[in-house]
Design a protein around this ligand. Sequence first.
Ligand code: F6R
Length: 609
Amino acid sequence: MCGIVGAVASRNVTAILVEGLMRLEYRGYDSAGLAVIDTENNLQIRKAVGKVKGLVDNLDTNPASGSVGIAHTRWATHGKPTEKNAHPHQSNDIAVVHNGIIENHAELRQALKNQGYVFVSETDTEVIAHQIHALVNNGLSLLEATQQAVALFEGAYAIAVVNTKFPDELIACRSGSPLVLGLGIEENFVASDQMALRQVTDRFVFLEEGDFVHLERKKFSIFNGDKELVERKVVQLTDKAEAASKGEYRHYMLKEIFEQPEVLKRTLQGRISKHHVLEEAFGTEAKAIFDRVKGVQIVACGTSYHAGLVAKYWMESIANIPCQVEVASEYRYRKVFVPKDTLFVTISQSGETADTLAALKEAKKSDYLASLVICNAPSSSLVRESDLVFMTHAGPEIGVASTKAFTTQLVALQLLTIALGRRQGLSESVESDMVSALASLPEAVSKALLLDDVIKKTSEAFADKHHALFLGRGVEYPVAMEGALKLKEISYIHAESYPAGELKHGPLALVDSDMPIVAVAPNNELMEKLKSNLEEVQARGGKLFVFSDQADAFPNSDDVTVIDVHSVPETIAPMVYTIPLQLLSYHVAIVKGTDVDQPRNLAKSVTVE
Ligand code: F6R
């Protein structure tokens, strides 16, 4: 998704801006650009379609330097990824970068055209540049002009502006899209993600909704709305800014898959004793809230939504608590019925997903008991806006396809299941069994990773396929959904998941010898049922790939490949069976030669609706 970096310094900031953009590359984008105010007080704008490397090449040929500047990676929303549509957008002596969407841009565009402004791009952002210019021309300062312009905008956005009329200033603001201030020594920065600035500072101010910042070299002021000067806390980040490096791995995704035993240990650390879940993990206020919980509403998107679906099985069968799960983009626009004493739970790797954030805001207007977020990004918007917070501690996830975030979310959700279940009569012995199964999870995941070579070979069978079906039953059905999502997003193979019992109600018509069918089949009470469903597939010539700890239960024929997963306690099977499915999608993508870490059209952090 779009990324913003800005700087006001005494030194040339071009390299800082470019480095910042590179650090945001993992978020997904399709063009890049920067604007600096040079020593002769001219705006120097450089852009490139494609990777930041293209911008670097452009700068090699046409250098640009200046001590005040803004930069951007664009993920196209209005207009194709072209140089004209890439940011920064210019209106005479003003340059603007923008994340998010200005929903009423069409009417503003028309009004500005009527004033004589000529538009060169198809973007909503160009409206911002001209609007601010029109107001500066009326005699306003850059800050006032930005404040008044923003009052006209509907939508969600983060904006950074520079103007050669005010060559030592940078104005930035946020409404619905994240923005953070980085504080240096006699230099200050702004970015849509602190990751972009970790090479220059570890001191940050996380701007709040409606904040404007007036940034100069030696000072900054924050206003909420157009009048009130506000103080915001300076946060010193103490994590080691885990360098975004692939280490020995070919791709971030592979590194992140293989990191899972370690990060799962971190998720569990300090959260379980030998026999119990320690509720402090959910925050100091958790106990009083959990005592009252009678139901759970989970809201999330994509992979995080799949984690929620797994949790529904656990909540209802283990904790004996009703649980609803919904994708945030639907939930936020629906009139919902909130049963008494319901806990509202969001799940998000990034903590910045626009739909999930909007759903939380809607939920706060309803009668929920409290909100809890399960998140991997400290200081993110969801973390700041939720009553209770559970950090998954998975470390930065750079590959666009979510892997370690998912398994750590599942652990968090299982801890929540136990904590709530305890109040509904979950026995000490079941809790103790579940906790020791969780404690064995890192080891079980390490073992599952040993399947890498087998899966690599298996992946070749998918190389020329255009479609695949993923099947599971019960709690393994959402695991199959996640397997299908992984395959489609990085290999571009159309993959659908079904609860296996649904096959004969339609999807069986798709099955022929060209259709690979992946089944998630650990030994549980539904395995025999699943086996019958798979026999129906086999009878129609489908090619089966069965992940199971009961290899002998499935016929070994040319049409059936059984991948032998070691036996694990049923409660951790969803996490363990996720691993071979992640590896499968990774290796299929490698065989197909796609961009594993930055698949086409996708963004890591979806900060627009
Ligand atoms: C898929 C993937 C996405 C995200 C979704 C929600 O691999 O990464 O489906 O899970 O965009 O993102 P978060 O969890 O950051 O809210």
